[in-house]
Design a protein around this ligand. Structure first.
Ligand code: ZN
Length: 342
């Protein structure tokens, strides 16, 4: 099969389009013929080399896959050859206490497709059968690949961790990111007042279409100051962020008393400063989030099938142009998901 792989860690130039043996499946695996694979920032970390993601090389990235079932293992139940499917990116054991409690993202063996195993930058991918789900509604393969990782992340942050209630105000950092496009829609659907940020004016109408009530261009004004004006000095109940140091101060100071800050990433670095007096006197909560549960993904897929949430795609590239696709992601000049068509 054809695949995009890297033999050593480094820049986008390390990606090459080559022949690889088609994976052989185990009794509980499914072989999926990949039709679309969405990019995530994780793909960049994995390519650059990150101690959190050790892996044998060469490696094939890609955590968000949609395609057609090509083969099923002897002990696979409920999945038919020829079915249109998408893949849940979180791989867990389904035997431990966390998995049995439905908290599979707390499994000690938890890993991600395309990081722990070979992913979807390829014509075929091997996945455990419990990770294979039917494509909801009339979604295209590209749309079905564009929502799983970012939507399960956004749902877990907003509802499981922040406990967002209707009528509350939420600030979502980075409307144009994958998580941002999902979080804006979900928070709006849940009845919250939604504020969000962008880095260029052309993204403002796009954020408004997704449901944002207020969009702040962070290159032109101070986010926390604007938030204070919009909330009559009160601040927001919830901040959703994945950017790290670049937005940390505005995230913390935008919170109302009792506010909750949920973070799921660190695209601008890992180290931040925090004034503990500010945290306890304002009774703030700060929580870290990593992916979400399989149950949350099933719920989100239902909403996608009903058209109440929509996958947002910026651009589609052919698989061979994975390097150009990753370079676009690094440039930040996109709104929504970047997808490889296979
Ligand atoms: Zn487990």
């Amino acid at each position: 099969m054809k695949a995009v792989l890297f033999r050593m860690h480094g820049g986008p130039d390390k990606l090459s389009y080559e022949d690889l043996p088609t994976p052989t499946i185990g009794v509980e695996d499914v072989l999926v013929r990949v039709k679309a694979c969405a990019l995530n920032h994780l793909d960049i970390w994995v390519r650059e080399g990150n101690p959190a993601y050790p892996m044998p090389l060469p490696h094939v990235s890609g955590s968000d896959v949609a395609g057609i079932v090509e083969h099923v293992g002897a002990e696979v139940e409920g999945i038919e050859v020829g079915q249109r499917v998408f893949v849940s990116p979180g791989i867990s054991c389904w035997r431990c206490e966390a998995c049995l409690a439905g908290r599979d993202n707390f499994c000690r063996a938890y890993g991600l497709l395309g990081a722990m195993t070979h992913g979807g930058y390829a014509e075929y991918v091997k996945v455990p059968f419990r990770n294979v789900l039917p494509i909801p509604g009339n979604l295209t393969f590209e749309q079905a690949a564009a929502f799983p990782l970012v939507s399960v992340t956004a749902s877990h942050m907003l509802f499981a961790l922040a406990g967002l209630q209707h009528g509350e105000t939420v600030l979502i950092m980075g409307a144009g990111s994958g998580v941002g496009t999902m979080a804006v829609q979900m928070a709006k659907l849940a009845g919250a007042r939604v504020m969000t940020t962008v880095g260029s004016d052309d993204k403002i109408p796009k954020a408004v279409i997704l449901g944002a009530d207020a969009v702040i261009n962070h290159t032109k004004e101070k986010v926390a100051d604007r938030v204070k004006l919009l909330t009559e000095g009160r601040g927001v109940d919830v901040v959703i962020e994945h950017i790290g140091p670049e937005v940390w101060d505005s995230s913390v100071t935008s919170l109302a008393k009792g506010g909750r800050l949920i973070t799921c990433g660190a695209t601008t670095g890992g180290d931040v400063k925090l004034n503990l007096r500010y945290v306890f006197s304002r009774q703030l909560t700060i929580k870290g989030s990593y992916m979400g549960t399989r149950a949350e993904l099933v719920k989100v897929a239902e909403l996608m099938g009903q058209g109440r949430l929509i996958p947002v795609i910026d651009r589609t590239f052919p698989l061979q142009q994975a390097r150009a696709a990753q370079e676009l992601m690094i440039s930040r000049r996109f709104f929504g998901k970047i997808v490889l068509a296979v």
